[in-house]
Design a protein around this ligand. Structure first.
Ligand SMILES: [Zn+2]
Length: 131
């Protein structure tokens, strides 16, 4: 369900850009590793909304952004890859991103107080056509 809301937000942003600056060369849709979003479903909604807006020709790609964390206690930075999580822990994080604070702790000092530096949310990067 929320893929449709995300897709609508993305398409509105693209539409605004096309109206003000013309069609972009390409759109990169950057999906955070901690964002519970189904790329296939999102793509279907985007296609539908782009067609509705008459933006069928807009070229876009999906990219996944890795999650990065920084410990508030010792300053260490890490990604999910170095934690050796089990598949079920990874799945839990994917479907319930709030669960990271129960599963993830600083690999250096064990603190559960840390900042999430990246890997959250969805954003778009607009690549302009060369003039
Ligand atoms: Zn630490």
């Amino acid at each position: 369900m929320h893929e449709s809301v995300i897709a609508l937000g993305i398409v509105r942003e693209i539409d605004k850009h096309v109206k003000s600056s013309g069609p972009p060369a390409r759109i990169r849709v950057v999906l955070g590793e901690l964002q519970n979003v189904d790329e296939v479903v999102l793509g279907e909604y985007m296609k539908m909304y782009l067609e509705e807006q008459g933006l069928r020709e807009v070229d876009y790609v999906f990219e996944w952004e890795k999650a990065r964390f920084r410990c508030s206690a010792c300053g260490y930075e890490w990604s999910l890859d170095e934690l050796g999580l089990t598949d079920s822990e990874r799945e839990t994080i994917h479907f319930l991103p709030e669960a990271i604070y129960a599963i993830v702790k600083c690999p250096k000092c064990g603190s559960r107080v840390y900042d999430v530096l990246s890997g959250r949310g969805v954003r778009i990067v607009i690549e302009e056509k060369e003039r």
